[in-house]
Design a protein. Structure first.
Length: 503
């Protein structure tokens, strides 16, 4: 018996070495992707697409090879502790999906996505969907094929969704989006019918260089670890990395300094989750973030519950005044109102308020679901997109750049990603409520710029666990109850009811 236990221990150690090798290949891919979006020369795509394709193939072959299959077989009946069992569970799930997909298809998807990225950028800049459409059609076909290899008997979109949220299920996503649509649309209608006149304190131009200084100020205020991170500019803000190197990007609009700040705070939320993962488990699922629902909960918690709060602006407005004297007359309440204004004419998801944001997600969810099912042809995407915006938001994009080309996700082949934004927003409210239950009201700490306790609570209850728990179990562990939209709906009803005098 002791010999068998020793054998399993040795097998597990060898297994972990292979898992770490796969993880490091993935980290290299992420860094090349970051470089492509931030620093790579314009003409670098032909080489970069081949580099990424090669790394995708290496990673896929390591994950699906005989060596990995052997380890998983040997460990199937091993007496493992909870952490070891979680690692095996997570790797087995990835293995079982990946083993069904041919390596040449993985290479082709990676190369096609790398080629699609500059075409998307060009199409957006030229406001011409036709530039991107042929490559998007390729990606749709490739991802359908990918889903069919994994499970030919299931809805291909549900299969793709599980790449981003493996445990909550597409049914939960659909139910949540339906609940948000049913509850938020009447609230938005009440807001638009109200007589409230929220402040608009930002007039004129705010130069990009000074906005970047302000973005660095906000990261300092929140406690970003510059020794393990950096700030850069990208067409579509994102965060990437690991617990030793978690980078953020943002973008600037000289007429809208709030946009860059909320974007920066959002990406900080992602980065602080990544930085909170345990160093000692780097390279294994215990040192990796749970999934995109949980990841998005961290970014939306910091962006909305902290960065869009009045106490935050009581703390941070003096820094803005130092950088931009044109806001000397603005009060924290003014900026709070500006940061939470429900606009009637906003076409851009990343600039949306907390309420209409979810209608932006519903549009994307419905469009990409129809694309993957074959109900919608790629060439018809702009018109259908615009029709849905008119139906759900009461506005119609006049350009492709403001419409179906505004997001980067499809150029990556990321179909099934968008619902996690709404799931994450919902979870953010649930986690923030649980944190306040444990720590007491957080407004005063935010007003004083004291975020250590909130950081510590999130690290203890979310970050440090990596992938130890499934999504639903992690939510239960952190909050004491299952995933629910109730806290989010209560939060926005109270917040926007006060802002717009609806009570």
């Amino acid at each position: 018996m002791a010999t068998e236990a020793a054998q399993h221990s040795e097998t597990y150690e060898e297994f972990i070495t292979l898992v770490e090798r796969i993880s490091n290949v993935g980290s290299a891919q992420s860094l090349l992707n970051w470089d492509q979006e931030v620093m790579m020369p314009e003409e670098g795509t032909p080489a970069r697409s081949k580099q990424l394709s090669a790394l995708s193939a290496v990673s896929h072959e390591l994950l699906t090879g005989e060596e990995m299959a052997g380890y998983l077989d040997e460990l199937a009946d091993a007496d493992l502790d909870a952490e070891q069992a979680a690692v095996v569970r997570e790797v087995r799930r990835k293995y079982e999906r990946a083993a069904r997909v041919p390596t040449d298809l993985v290479e082709t998807i990676s190369q096609t996505a790398a080629e699609a990225h500059p075409l998307w950028k060009e199409a957006k800049a030229e406001d011409d969907f036709s530039i991107f459409a042929p490559k998007l059609e390729e990606l749709v076909e490739l991802k359908r094929e990918y889903a069919e290899h994994i499970d030919p008997d299931r809805d291909p979109y549900a299969v793709l969704f599980e790449d981003y949220e493996p445990y909550l299920g597409l049914d939960t996503a659909e139910e949540t989006l339906t609940e948000l649509r049913d509850e938020l649309v009447p609230l938005v209608e009440d807001i638009r019918a109200s007589d409230a006149d929220l402040a608009t304190p930002f007039e004129g131009e705010f130069d990009e260089a000074t906005q970047e200084e302000l973005a660095r100020d906000v990261l300092d205020t929140l406690g970003y670890d510059w020794d393990r991170g950096r700030l850069d500019v990208a067409p579509h803000p994102f965060s990437t990395g690991n617990q030793f190197d978690a980078r953020v990007t943002t973008r600037f609009d000289e007429s809208d300094p709030l946009g860059a700040l909320t974007s920066t705070v959002h990406e900080f939320g992602h980065a602080t989750y990544t930085l909170g993962l345990p160093d000692e488990h780097y390279g294994t699922p215990l040192g990796e973030s749970r999934d995109l629902t949980v990841h998005e909960s961290q970014s939306r918690l910091w962006e909305n519950h902290v960065g869009r709060s009045e106490p935050f602006w009581q703390r941070f407005l003096p820094s803005m005044r130092e950088r931009f004297p044109q806001v000397d007359d603005a009060t924290p309440r003014d900026v709070y109102e500006a940061a939470n204004t429900v606009k009637e004419d906003n076409l851009i998801r990343v600039e949306a308020d907390e309420l209409t944001y979810h209608m932006h997600i519903v549009v994307r969810f419905e469009v990409e679901k129809e694309l993957i099912s074959g109900e919608l042809d790629v060439e018809d995407v702009p018109e259908v997109w615009n029709d849905k915006y008119e139906e759900y938001l009461g506005i119609r994009p006049e350009t492709d750049a403001e419409g179906c080309l505004q997001d980067i996700h499809w150029s990556h082949g990321s179909f099934g990603y968008f619902p996690t934004y709404s799931l994450g927003s919902v979870l953010a409210a649930q986690l923030y409520e649980a944190a306040e239950d444990d720590l007491g009201a957080l407004d005063e700490r935010t007003r004083e710029g004291e975020f250590d306790e909130l950081h510590a609570w999130l690290t203890e209850n979310v970050h440090q666990h990596g992938c130890l728990y499934t999504t639903d179990d992690l939510v239960q562990e952190a909050t004491g109850e299952g995933f629910t939209a109730d806290y989010f709906l209560d939060y926005v009803t109270e917040k926007y009811g006060e802002l717009y005098d609806l009570h």
